[in-house]
Write a protein that binds this ligand. Structure first.
Ligand SMILES: [Fe+2]
Ligand SMILES: [Fe+2]
Length: 210
């Protein structure tokens, strides 16, 4: 594990024990996370250049889609079956769906304000959004796995954690090559990601309390 990154999310840790104890709600959470991974995978697919694409980017695209699939498969362990991502099958559907789009939009606006256009804008956006999401993923999946272990659940997300960690290390290297001031971009964008995530948690809390 990379010691640089935080691996605990107190807001989520508070919600998880009662949520995990309820198979129906737990299945909805898994399906929501699966949907968010799938949105991420489709965004990467849209970013991939049809000709100039390296192995690392292909691996990233494949692994994000695998996460969507893997989380979906975990639902079966709970004896539940959620066939698609329609709103009734998700927790906080609207906010879950928008989280990634809003973050993408914020990163794009930030880079545009610095004069980035065209392929460099797309590339920078891909790197910044991914980095921010992976920092969040470290906290979210570690906290989730801890709660699953504590509850003795058959659901596991360890294999996802390992791959997300790889993506994060990858992004740090690529961001350094993209712009040596990349930490400054992250510093200005991180509060936006935090706000989006806090909003997501608030809506998840609301959804499971009703
Ligand atoms: Fe992922
Ligand atoms: Fe990832």
């Amino acid at each position: 594990m990379n010691p640089k990154f935080e691996t605990h999310c107190p807001q989520l840790a508070k919600l998880l024990p009662s949520l995990i104890a309820d198979d129906k709600q737990h299945a909805l959470l898994l399906n929501s996370l699966s949907m968010m991974e799938s949105v991420g995978a489709r965004k990467i697919a849209a970013y991939v250049d049809p000709i100039h694409v390296d192995q690392i980017t292909l691996q990233h695209a494949a692994e994000e889609m695998r996460h969507a699939y893997y989380l979906k498969r975990q639902i079966l362990k709970l004896g539940q079956n959620l066939t698609d991502y329609s709103p009734n099958n998700l927790l906080a559907p609207r906010v879950s769906y928008r989280y990634l789009h809003r973050l993408d939009w914020a990163c794009s606006r930030h880079l545009k304000s610095l004069g980035y256009t065209g392929r460099m804008l797309k590339h920078g956006c891909y790197l910044l959004v991914t980095y921010l999401i992976e920092v969040r993923a470290m906290k979210l999946y570690h906290t989730y796995q801890d709660a699953l272990t504590r509850a003795g659940s058959r659901v596991h997300v360890r294999s996802i954690i390992k791959e997300e960690e790889g993506h994060l290390n990858n992004m740090s290297e690529q961001l350094q090559a993209f712009d040596s001031n990349w930490h400054e971009h992250i510093d200005s964008l991180m509060p936006i990601e935090r706000q989006l995530f806090d909003g997501w948690i608030k809506h998840i809390h609301h959804a499971i309390s009703n």
